[in-house]
Write a protein that binds this ligand. Structure first.
Ligand SMILES: *[C@@H]1O[C@H](CO)[C@@H](O)[C@H](O)[C@H]1NC(C)=O
Length: 219
């Protein structure tokens, strides 16, 4: 009898905790970034806006990063030819970032990795292996594997998938970076991409503590 009621109490507690935690689940803002790795405004957005903003609001954000941008793709007899706006080097870095994301989907790891790569590119983009070796550990995956993916067919396939996704955005993307909030493109918000934290806080109704005391009167 004693035992049974103890179990009942425990079960009730578990159910209560479960219910209350889902009741207080954080609202999340989905942020989809369409970009290419060597475009200067993309680098600035990632390094100076998205990354620092994520450090403050990470728990409230659902990040989606889509490196491809203004690249073009063409099917060939034995695969794909992909051309990138800033040349072959950009294609390699696009694929490195996409391959990294294909290996580890944890968004804390992904944003740290992408930020690290973009910072590396900004300093000296001449050696992608060196940069990948430096940043790879942030993903907790084998760096050689990321490079192999980026240099091979898998990298091309990831680019094709990102291309299809990029082409599907409505209204169609006419420049990078393009940011969608909750899958939705809004011109007005785009103008304030140099104020990511403010936009995110506005869309999150200022719920996160990091949003307090922020000057939100930008529109
Ligand atoms: C875009 O965002 C601004 C700021 O939140 C808002 O006032 C406006 O209504 C939005 N526009 C559309 C078309 O949703």
């Amino acid at each position: 009898m004693m035992k049974l009621s103890l179990i009942t109490i425990l079960l009730t507690l578990i159910i209560l905790v479960k219910c209350s935690s889902s009741k207080f689940e954080k609202q999340k803002l989905k942020v989809s970034l369409y970009y290419e790795t060597l475009c200067p405004f993309c680098m600035t957005f990632i390094n100076d806006q998205l990354y620092p903003g994520y450090q403050k609001l990470g728990d409230y954000l659902d990040l989606e990063l889509i490196p491809y941008g203004n690249a073009r793709r063409k099917k060939t007899d034995n695969g794909w030819t992909i051309e990138c706006q800033h040349g072959p080097k950009e294609c390699v870095y696009n694929k490195i970032e996409a391959c990294g994301m294909a290996r580890n989907v944890d968004q804390n790891a992904v944003i740290s990795f992408v930020h690290c790569i973009e910072k590396g590119i900004k300093t000296d983009d001449s050696n992608y292996k060196r940069i990948t070796k430096k940043c790879g550990p942030l993903l907790n995956v084998n760096t050689a594997d990321i490079i192999k993916c980026a240099e091979g067919q898998e990298g091309d396939e990831l680019m094709v998938a990102n291309g299809v996704k990029t082409d599907a955005v409505q209204p169609s993307i006419d420049g990078v970076p393009t940011v969608l909030y909750n899958n939705y493109y809004n011109d007005t918000l785009e103008e304030y991409n140099d104020n990511f934290l403010t936009i995110a806080c506005k869309l999150l109704d200022d719920e996160p503590a990091a949003c307090m005391h922020l000057d939100n009167e930008i529109w």
